[in-house]
Each structure stands twice: as C-alpha cells, then as structure tokens.
Design a protein around this ligand. Sequence first.
Ligand SMILES: NC(=O)c1ccc[n+]([C@@H]2O[C@H](COP(=O)([O-])OP(=O)(O)OC[C@H]3O[C@@H](n4cnc5c(N)ncnc54)[C@H](OP(=O)(O)O)[C@@H]3O)[C@@H](O)[C@H]2O)c1
Length: 244
Amino acid sequence: MSRLQGKTAVVTGGGTGIGLGAAKRFVEEGAFVYLFGRRQEALDAAVAQLGSSARAVRGSVTDPADLDRLYDAVKAERGGLDILFANAGTGSFAALGEITPEHYDQTFDVNVKGVVFTVQKALPLMGKGASIILTGSTTGVMGTPQFSIYSATKAAVRNLARSWAMDLRGTGIRVNVLSPGPTRTELALEVVGEEAMESLGGTTPIGRVGDPAETGAVAAFLASSDSSFMTGGEVFVDGGFAQV
Ligand SMILES: NC(=O)c1ccc[n+]([C@@H]2O[C@H](COP(=O)([O-])OP(=O)(O)OC[C@H]3O[C@@H](n4cnc5c(N)ncnc54)[C@H](OP(=O)(O)O)[C@@H]3O)[C@@H](O)[C@H]2O)c1
C-alpha cells in the first residue's frame, strides 16, 4: 500500500517500540519520517533500519527549545507536516501512599505537557488533510493498581483529543487517540517485566501481547485518508483487553 506517498510525518518516541513500529509502516506506505527522542543511539539504530526516508532529531518533548529545533528542521527541509504521532511516553509504578511530587511531575511532564506542546508547536506546519495521533492507553479507561498517575495522564490525553477536535473545526486537521493494550516494547518490559507481560497478554481475549507492527498498522490507517471521517475518537489496539 502507498497511502502515505509523499507525506511528511513526525513520530515522537520514534526510535523504539510503538513509535518505531509506526515509523516503519509510515515509510513502507511512502512517507518521509522524522524520529524524535532523547537517545541518539536508539535514533541512529532506527534510522539505519528505516533507510533514506527517515531522519532523526534528538531532543526531549519536555524542552520547548528542542521541539522548536525539530519543527524548524521539518519546515526547512519539507515545508510542512502531514502526520504527527505524539507518542513519546513514560510510566512507572507508585501505589497511593507512595506517590512523590517527582513521580507525578515526571509522568505528567512527558505524557501530558509534552503532548500538548508537541502538538501546539506543530500546528503552524499543518493544514487540510493533516492527521494528529496521540498515544493513549487501555489504562486511561481502567483502574490499575500502583499505576494511577500514569493512567491519569492517559485519561488526560483522551480528553485533549476530544477538545482539540473542537478547536480544530474548520481547519481540516483531524486528531485521534490510538490506545494500545499490553504491547511488547522496552517500556512495557521494563515496567511490567517479561513474565508478568506474558501473563497479562494471556488475559486478553486474543490471548497474547501485541506487537508494535500491529499498532503501526492502525497508526497508518489513522494517518491516512482512509480515516477521513474520524476525529476526536479513540481506537483501541489491545487484543480486546479493555473491551470486555
Ligand atoms: N507497550 C505498552 O504496553 C503500552 C501500552 C499502552 C500505551 N503505551 C504507550 O505507548 C507509547 C510508546 O511506548 P512504548 O511502549 O513503545 O515504549 P518505548 O519503546 O520505551 O517508547 C517510549 C519512547 O518515548 C521516548 N521518550 C520518552 N521520554 C521522552 C522525552 N521526554 N522526549 C522525547 N522522547 C521521549 C523514548 O525515547 P528516549 O528514551 O530515547 O527519549 C522511547 O523511544 C507511550 O506513550 C506509552 O505510554 C504503551
């Protein structure tokens, strides 16, 4: 398929996991992709996999100057932006009673403030037909022990898309949330661990964990005009985890 032929995409957290899975699919479908993240080695390895249709910009979504550098590069090299996958995220466990201000700030800074300014700073480059995709999570609609702060950030992301769909009325820019369930990535393995991850996957109706290629396929759908009548919505790619 070449639904994204000639399009320009930015994927935050594009060096690994769900972001890289989407970036691969975007490139396969014809897009040029900017990968944004903090670790140069991860970005370099991803660009080596993706080839000449990918370029890395190193930075943090929590630093406005880094986001300005990213979008300055996109503007200078490509002129505009068609697809923004605001996907970078972080999470760790802290039960009620053990939540520290640092845990709260760090999680909300990356997952909410980072998403807000990743999107707002991209807007001047985007126009009719552009698509913004935010990474939510099944945790945004579920209770998860020791994971309240992360889960609250993802519930916040869900509402950003609802409200921004209204703010974007008349612009031709769509915004939707892609909410993964348990998916095999660095973050998931680090936070949950291999064994718990497998057993979590076993509890989904499909009976396994997801693969970043599967979220990538849905990201490409949301990025393309195949989803032209969708905005303000949420698509779960969760093996049915939060659906039953
Ligand atoms: N895997 C799952 O089961 C699952 C389920 C639901 C939702 N999600 C969500 O999916 C998204 C991607 O996570 P993942 O599972 O694919 O894990 P991952 O492979 O660890 O991806 C997270 C990415 O975000 C980047 N990142 C983190 N903090 C950043 C910052 N301040 N600025 C720029 N980039 C930053 C990381 O790169 P650097 O460290 O190099 O910056 C990394 O590439 C997250 O939003 C996560 O909450 C994951």
